[in-house]
Design a protein around this ligand. Structure first.
Ligand code: ADP
Ligand code: ILO
Length: 342
């Protein structure tokens, strides 16, 4: 592979940090699982509108290609290469403000997880992916009480059911071009699926961008209830599965934006007044380290002034701090919306 030349309009962190020198230093390296620099950057090279543009193949990628990853990680999370990640899932440490249900339509918190001793989805073989599905679905089927549910493989799911689950925000979309170029859609839909409890307040995606996306969600703004359910699920699953974790980088994820806590705590919130004043809106989201997405997830447009607002930082902050970023920032957005309403 030759050094990729990015057009000036390209603003991805990959294009910002992949200098010719770094490219030369890394271009012939390969992890034990056979993951190369060309594999890592393919998504950002093929998708010039990427925000980040790079994926890992295994935990080792983050060390072997650290000359590039560390710069991207520092830029995105503000996490220096000398720092060490810390985890805190103690529910009582969250300082709760009730989020107003008049504005907040729903709350969702997810974490990404990958199994230790397996390569990440970008480079996993079909046999290994099927084994991940077998191990994880077995663990999920053993859950009890509120977390008990059923695993639905994507293979054999009717397109009607699949589309309804996507429309209701429960299931991942198919054919994402960023994941495609990263190798994450290979053998689709083999090994992919969704587990959920009866009320669809606890869900787990299997073998999408990460091997597990553990999700807790419900209507309204009761963040504490959503967080508590998620923590319970993580603890129960950790009794049965061993997740890939690094002392330095926390939970290992395919995308560097998801390292550390791998947590995205979000609300769907209706803010018609702020929607008309995006610079005021962005000043608040920047102050609280929040990200604005469209109503149908990342890379989607906003409809009817409903936004997906979530914590942006996931590494170098604990889970409690990540959730607190979201709570405090959303509270500030609601206060401003009320003020603009007069
Ligand atoms: P991820 O959360 O894994 O980063 P996406 O941004 O693609 O991925 O979101 C996945 C799905 O979750 C989308 O359908 C999105 O609309 C939905 N979603 C995200 N936050 C909420 C929320 N607070 N309430 C309801 N659905 C949500
Ligand atoms: N590769 C995509 C997405 C990056 C962050 N989001 C997720 C879901 N990992 C990009 O670079 O825009």
């Amino acid at each position: 592979m030759d050094y990729p030349i990015f057009p000036k309009e390209c603003t991805s962190l990959l294009s910002k940090y992949l200098s010719q020198d770094i490219f030369e230093e890394l271009k012939n390296k390969k992890t034990t699982n056979g993951f190369t620099l060309a594999n890592a950057i393919n998504s950002g090279v093929k998708n010039l509108d990427s925000g980040i543009g790079i994926y890992a193949g295994d935990a080792e990628s983050y060390e072997l290609f650290s000359a590039l990853f560390n710069k991207i990680i520092e830029d995105y999370h503000g996490f220096s290469s000398e720092a060490t990640h810390k985890s805190n899932l103690t529910i009582d440490d969250v300082k709760m403000k009730e989020l107003d249900d008049d504005y907040v339509l729903s709350t969702r918190i997810r974490v990404g997880r990958n199994l230790a001793n397996f390569p990440l989805g970008t480079i996993i073989s079909k046999v290994q992916r099927d084994e991940v599905e077998r191990l994880v679905s077995m663990a999920l089927n053993a859950l009890e009480g509120e977390l008990a549910g059923e695993y639905f493989p994507l293979l054999g799911m009717t397109s009607e059911v699949q589309n309804r689950l996507i429309k209701e925000h429960f299931l991942f979309k198919e054919g994402d071009r960023f994941l495609e170029a990263a190798g994450l859609n290979r053998d689709w839909a083999e090994g992919r699926g969704i587990f959920h409890n009866h009320d669809k307040t606890f869900l787990v995606w299997l073998n999408e961008e990460d091997q597990l996306r553990i999700i807790s969600m419900q209507k309204g703004g009761d963040v504490l209830k959503v967080f508590s359910r998620l923590v319970k699920a993580i603890n129960e699953l950790e009794k049965q599965l061993s997740f890939s974790y690094s002392e330095r980088l926390g939970y290992i994820a395919s995308c560097p934006t998801n390292l550390g806590t791998a947590m995205r705590a979000s609300v769907h919130i209706k803010l018609p007044k702020l929607a008309e004043d995006m610079s005021r809106f962005k000043a608040i989201t920047d102050k609280y380290h929040l990200q604005i997405r469209g109503m149908n997830g990342e890379h989607s447009e906003t409809k009817e002034a409903i936004f997906d607002i979530s914590n942006r930082r996931r590494l170098g902050v604990t889970e409690v701090e990540a959730v607190q970023d979201m709570i405090d920032g959303v509270e500030a957005l609601i206060q401003m919306e009320k003020k603009l309403e007069g």
